[in-house]
Ligand binder design. Sequence first.
Ligand code: GLN
Length: 184
Amino acid sequence: MARVGVLAVQGAFIEHENALRELGHECVELRQRADIRNLDALVLPGGESTVQGKLLRELEMFDPLRELIVAGLPTLGTCAGLILLATKLDADPTVHFGTFPATVRRNAYGRQLGSFHTRAPFGDLGEVDMTFIRAPYIVEAAPEVEILAKVDGKIVAAQYKNQIGLAFHPELDKDRRIYTMLVG
Ligand code: GLN
């Protein structure tokens, strides 16, 4: 059983907790700096990356979390969480943690295709359900980044060392194998 910190300042964190608890893991809601201790893994949920980035800084959670990610804490960033991790945003000078060497485009599917569901091959897992909500995708990734999944030629999942970045929301489908990749 792992003790997983789930960033809980804004966005879709409850569903991640439910998924992790189904697998028998303990979840710690990270709402303030003092919550950040003794973590085996970290989940950065979907939501609104601009708001999350602002709150992380205001609540002084930004530096300790960034240090843990850089030090190798297994980290899953989904949707807004992927945007927080990226070293670069497309046509946007904002950088949050900047620990995942890739360029990410926010709201990349436009208004009409903002939200959709599909299935696509994912790393060694075979086909995985993927629910996208006003999703980003990875426009470009550094050579050291392992591409895990593409949809319509766009990178929607990738791994860099301890960090898994997803454009979609695994917590909204029943498959829990991506969480097992994070915490065994
Ligand atoms: N569009 C959101 C953002 O830019 C991400 C959407 C999501 O997390 N579902 O932060």
